[in-house]
Design a protein around this ligand. Structure first.
Ligand code: PEP
Length: 252
């Protein structure tokens, strides 16, 4: 089954509103050359309004980097999924390893956020991390399977087409050292098999699963050539507009 490749830039907390617009104006006309690759730019909340305005009428899809699990209410400082949808945000990254490690997000919180995103019509990209050094292959598989199962608890099969998973081993993030393509493929196969066990093979076959962790133009092609790697989630390298375009061209 063919799944449309996707390249997601995670700007994290790196760009200013005044920089976001210029980046989008630079990439949008170039992305028109690659209609077979989906692209998402994810920014911190304070950028989202400017990003949505700059991306209007282009193929660029704008994403948030986090969301709260209630739609509205007295939750000072949190971001409502309903507000994101109302603003025109289509995608939200949930459970990034920085959120899990620095802000103590648990699997249960990731699951609540996923359900909230889906309830509000957003497409969640759920990050599956690997924060600890695991002794054996079995431990490694168990860790991944557990995160997938916990994140997707209660997701309706009808909503699954809007869910993406991103395998992001913590040690590879920001290290300059991506995981090798074969070993990454093994982990993604485990993830897809877990989705198949939960929801059936057809649902697993249609789900896009991404890899993230020091992706750059020198390693993206080999990673994307693996059968279960449908896209990449990119931090540092995607801060540069031209490098982002290069990554999209490699995914084409
Ligand atoms: C990320 O934070 O999602 C990420 C993959 O970062 P980097 O590409 O910088 O490793």
């Amino acid at each position: 089954m063919s799944r449309q490749p996707i390249v997601v830039a995670n700007w994290k907390m790196n760009k200013l509103p005044s920089e976001a617009e210029g980046y989008i104006q630079e990439v949008a006309p170039k992305l028109a050359k690659y209609p077979n690759v989906d692209t998402v730019l994810a920014g911190q909340d304070v950028l989202l309004n400017a990003m949505v305005s700059a991306a209007k009428g282009t193929s660029v899809c704008i994403g948030a980097e986090n969301v709260y699990w209630e739609d509205r209410g007295a939750y000072t400082g949190e971001t409502s999924p309903a507000a994101l949808a109302d603003l025109g945000i289509q995608v939200v990254i949930i459970g990034h390893s920085e959120r899990r490690n620095y802000f103590r997000e648990t699997d249960e919180m990731v699951n609540l956020k996923t359900l909230a995103a889906l309830r509000n019509g957003l497409m969640p990209i759920i990050a599956i991390d690997e924060a600890v050094q695991l002794e054996s292959e079995n431990d490694h598989a168990h860790w991944i399977v557990n995160q997938v199962v916990e994140s997707l608890k209660g997701v309706a099969i009808a909503d699954l087409g809007r869910v993406m998973l991103a395998y992001e081993p913590t040690a590879a993030i920001g290290s300059g050292q991506a995981m090798g393509p074969e070993i990454t493929q093994k982990s993604l196969r485990i993830i897809r098999q877990t989705v198949a066990d939960m929801f059936g093979q057809p649902a697993a076959d249609q789900m896009r699963i991404l890899y993230g962790g020091s992706v750059k133009p020198t390693n993206a092609y080999e990673l994307l050539a693996q059968p279960d790697i449908d896209g990449v989630l990119v931090g540092d390298a995607a801060l540069d507009a031209m490098t982002f375009i290069e990554l999209v061209s490699l995914a084409d």
